[in-house]
Design a protein around this ligand. Structure first.
Ligand code: ZN
Length: 130
């Protein structure tokens, strides 16, 4: 069985320890509240996905960086497509970008943050948990 790389594991929102178990319960796009629900432990290797209370506070900084990159891309795109844009047009587009990318930035920032602290263990998930 081929093993995911660290980057692939982060981008596919998988547990950084076993790179197999999913971090989030399957969310439905029609029920947006379900997009933000994480497993408390990895379904494959049982790694705790919330090692301590407030663990994901630091993920806010990663989310900030992701949103800043999206803002810059949106602004440059608007500048190239419609150079005579107004401030209200720019604010409307940035607001739409934030709202539409919220599930992505939330999930991705948590996946990156968790990967900083939980390291890959090729044996994880191979031993049964009784
Ligand atoms: Zn795992």
């Amino acid at each position: 069985m081929s093993q995911r790389s660290g980057l692939t594991s982060i981008l596919s929102l998988c547990c950084p320890k076993c790179r197999t178990g999913r971090l989030f319960k399957s969310g439905k796009i029609l029920r947006p509240g379900t997009l933000f629900i994480m497993h408390s432990a990895c379904p494959h290797c049982k790694q705790s996905l919330e090692p301590e209370p407030g663990f994901y506070f630091g993920a806010m900084f990663i989310s900030y960086a992701i949103n800043t990159a999206l803002f810059i891309v949106s602004w440059v795109g608007l500048l190239l497509i419609y150079p005579d844009y107004t401030l209200s047009m720019l604010l409307g587009i940035l607001t739409a970008v934030v709202i539409l990318s919220l599930p992505l930035s939330f999930r991705l920032s948590r996946s990156i943050w968790l990967a900083f602290f939980v390291h890959f263990d090729p044996r994880a998930g191979n031993t049964p948990h009784y």
